[in-house]
Design a protein around this ligand. Structure first.
Ligand code: GLV
Length: 303
């Protein structure tokens, strides 16, 4: 039995080396598959359209942190999303950067600089701002700790409201109370039926006037028209987005030239090839030994 890797050329070079060191068989690319029944794991961004020939398939491993892009899989195939320290640290860094940019009015100053305009606004201490993080999973907790170290007041929101060391975490039912005190809203949610479109009119209206948005979740969390309306109404002061709907943001889209908005092209993190391979090896071992599968996705929850 072997793992089938369907991914980038770089991963196609690195994974076989890492697998060889571990003594695990790997097949790179669907055209190299001799016997589909001998494939027990597929690591990919998008799996083959037709999985029926892979009769021995045990797991599909998403080479990214998200799984929302995957089609429905057979019920007896486990789904794992890549857990890698590099992904978590990269997204944490992007969130810290974007939160600092939002906090220090960088969208305004970048726009002013393009106009050669020297005009100072009021500078605030980080301690005077509350950052609210939607999604208190591994990355949310990491970002919360770093932002807290910078002096921000930090609060979180998650479905369970499970407390995290030193940070107030609001539960699903407490969304309004959570939003009411948030100056900078950070979205790190997984995309599920329950979170689709969550960054829309109702949520923006619950934020204090002048709040800022930092978004590293998924494009489909965000109602782009509602964002533009909130910016135009002066309700939101700025938005820093790593994800948009659609992606890429089309040429000529109003957000490209909006002085209140900074867009980055879905680069908060990229999975390091070696770390991705190590995650896959950990999954293979766990399945073989009947241990909990790293990054196992609860299908009914969607993450
Ligand atoms: C990127 O967005 C990922 O899911 O890894």
């Amino acid at each position: 039995m072997a793992l089938l890797l369907l991914s980038t050329a770089e991963r196609g070079e690195v994974w076989p080396r890492v697998f060889a060191e571990a003594g695990e068989p790997i097949v790179v690319g669907e055209t190299s598959v001799m016997d589909p029944a001998a494939i027990d794991h597929i690591a990919c961004w998008v799996p083959p359209h037709d999985l029926s020939a892979y009769t021995g398939l045990r797991t599909v491993i998403s080479v990214g942190a998200g799984v929302d892009h995957l089609p429905p899989l057979p019920a007896d195939v486990a789904l794992s999303r890549t857990i890698a320290p590099g992904i978590e640290a990269m997204v944490r860094d992007w969130v810290v950067m974007a939160t600092l940019m939002a906090h220090r009015d960088m969208p305004t100053y970048l726009a002013q600089a393009r106009e050669h305009l020297w005009k100072a606004g009021r500078v605030m201490d980080a301690r005077a701002r509350t950052v609210g993080i939607l999604g208190m999973g591994r990355i949310g907790r990491l970002a919360a700790a770093s932002l807290g170290n910078l002096g921000f007041r930090v609060r979180g929101w998650s479905l369970s409201g499970r407390p995290v060391d030193g940070i107030d975490v609001f539960s699903a039912a407490e969304l309004d109370a959570f939003l009411g005190g948030v100056d900078i809203l950070v979205c790190l949610l997984p995309l599920t039926k329950a979170t689709h479109g969550i960054l829309g009119k109702a949520v923006f209206a619950k934020l204090p006037r002048g709040a800022r948005l930092v978004h590293a979740g998924r494009g489909a969390h965000l109602d782009m028209a509602a964002l533009l309306n909130a910016l135009d109404a002066g309700w939101l002061a700025s938005a820093i987005l790593d994800v948009t709907d659609p992606e890429p943001l089309p040429k000529g889209h109003p957000l490209w030239n909006d002085p209140r908005v900074i867009v980055t092209p879905h680069v908060a993190a990229q999975t390091d090839a070696r770390e991705g391979a190590l995650h896959a090896l950990a999954v293979i071992r766990a399945v073989r030994e009947g241990l909990p599968i790293p990054g196992l996705v609860a299908r009914e929850r969607g993450y």
